[in-house]
Design a protein around this ligand. Sequence first.
Ligand SMILES: Nc1ncnc2c1ncn2[C@@H]1O[C@H](COP(=O)(O)OP(=O)(O)OP(=O)(O)O)[C@@H](O)[C@H]1O
Length: 763
Amino acid sequence: MLTLNRFDATAAPNGSGESSAPAASSSSSSSSSRLAALAQRKRKRDTQDGSDPSPSSSAPATAAGSSSDTFLSAPANQPSAMPSIHPSRLAQAPILARSVKKAAQAAGVAREKTKAKQRYLKKKKLRRKAKQKATGVGGGKKEAKVAAREDEKEESSDNDSSSEEDEAAPATVVPTQMEPIVKEVVPAAEAAASSSSSSSSSSSSDSDSGSDSDSSASSSSSEEETPADQTSRDVDAGLQFLAPLTRNPETNVDSAEALQALAVQGLPRGMVQPQIVGASTTSAVEAQDDSSSSLLRSLGAHLDSAMVTRLASLGVTSWFAVQTAVIPHLLSTPALPSPFSPPRDLCVSAPTGSGKTLAYSIPIISHLKSRVVTRLRAVIVLPTRDLVLQVRETLEALAKGTGLQVGSVTGAQSFSSEQALVGREDKLDILISTPGRLIDHLDETEGFTLRHLRFLVIDEADRLLGQSFHNWAQRLRESIEGHLTGEDEDIVYPQAYDPIAPQSVVQKLLFSATLTREPGKLAELGLRDPVFIDVRDDAQAEKEQRENSTAATTTTLPARFSLPASLRENMIVVTTALKPLYLLHLLLHQHPEPMRKTLIFTKSVDSAHRLVRLLTLFGTGGSLKVANYTSDLPPARRRELLSSFKSGQVDVLVASDLISRGIDVPNVEHVVSYDVPVDAAKYVHRVGRTARANREGHAWSLVEEQEARHFKGLLRDELKRLERVKRVRITEKQLEPLRERYDAALEALVREQREAGANRAAR
Ligand SMILES: Nc1ncnc2c1ncn2[C@@H]1O[C@H](COP(=O)(O)OP(=O)(O)OP(=O)(O)O)[C@@H](O)[C@H]1O
């Protein structure tokens, strides 16, 4: 076991000979040697740093032995040195956790307040005081902010001193001791790779690891196994998961080694072993309250006939693939899970337009509809206001008649009116929000609490986890888990190293068509043993299922990008100078009829404005009504435009990437990328605005000659769909009939812009 052996090895040069003491010797002598080793290491570091030794190790250098003696003469009931194991390791390895607990009990470890716990309680008290101050009259907000800043300062100064304190406190299992363990693993692994003869001539740290292996070999071969040895073997097994971390995990490689590496680096196991579902899977929407033998009914959650009727009125009579997999899974978790057996989290990767919104909305409503009092039990986080409103509309339609209260906060209304909504805990059952606004309310709205939360949905998860806005993910997680401490200051949990500690019952649900594979990003949310559901096209799903059924373990990752099978993709290579002309040809003459129900994406708001103006000057108005739909428009105007588009009063919307994610505009037939998307995720979300809900749709990418190579590389290497993209040729000869009008429109546009520039300069 690395930690223990390392301590023994450090003690050996001291002449105590404790490292070579038989493993069967009493536990107190083995802990003594570790304590002596700790003291010596600390002295050594203090000497190297030139810093003042802390009181616990402040004995003069000549009194090395006596310093150890100070530890050795600890009272008999002083807990023995425990292996330091990161809580997350213990959470992953129940056997190891049990062994550590047993060893702790055998050694008589009293459950007393550790220093870390004391620090935590102190900080909590300070936070509460700051909050109380903030809720006082006038200037409360400012005071709270100052107090919070002070909290942060204190936290960082605490952290600075923690490693020193922790080492001086030999008897506590403190997570921060993980760091030395990890550092030791790296040289040990390197040493193993190099020739065995080099160990004798290594530096002091090398010799540490060298003697680690020596001592473990000698003691394990000749002596009887003690409980401490048993523990150290278990810890060794746990540490096998540790490996040197590479800085940038390869998240786009599907080889077995890459997957293994990602798993070692912390990608949840479930993500390496997803549940794969074919995209054409469907099932009938049926009420489950009629069958007394229904498993779901026995679990207290089911789809009642009122919900089935509501769904039918919305045109939903059968489940899409993602719903077939996700809805029963979520309904089968209890509405009120036990904190001692909390539900597993869920990550879902499914194509654009495949019905992910209903996949989470229906189980949430089905679970919450039987609640007795209104409390905030579900929070749904989305990246933009438009998406928040869209999802809110869906939830309101589904919740009709259930009495559930659905609300949203996005910043579209004044902060105080939102506070009136979220500041009282009996106003809302379901809240939909952008991350920034949610954190603002957590920080500043008195009475806003997540303590009753049951579901946290992160839709468009990869986009949201890519945003570091005020560390929103971590702060949200703290708010969810923080309330577990309750009012009783003596109960501090969750402590992952206490296997029977109650945990938060919040189930986190992540959805996206481009789900992130980055362990670091997923770790921000602290997912609990997540289940992964991955909807892929049928051929791919079948292949994966066949391969995985013959393999001992599945080694696959959820698809990085999912697109609907009903999407037809095309690319047109164009000359830069004539790009608008190619677009005009595509819109007006590529098909027997002009292209209606079309979304055009440009690279910026300005380009969108210019393009709309050019199309208008050209006079497409006779056959196609064009409007721009960009982020500079007020939300009300955008909603108006969407409804005009839905009703057919507007045929073509020219947008920046504002609506490329999530927005569900029914019946979009064509998506044109006037400027090619900069990355694969953008491509997926743009083209995913068409071919939704199993309908047919067409995507067109206008690729300038000099961009063609890069774009093809994107399709081939990242999206793996080059062969699905049809190359459409438009010759310059085909453009001739439009040329004259186009030149006139272009000239008029240039004139307009010049005049506008001159006017601006004159002002
Ligand atoms: N079972 C169903 N039957 C019929 N229509 C459905 C069904 N499920 C969803 N839809 C419709 O499909 C459309 C797309 O659904 P939704 O917006 O949830 O897709 P999504 O998977 O979230 O897409 P994106 O990844 O682009 O956000 C919506 O108009 C929705 O009403």
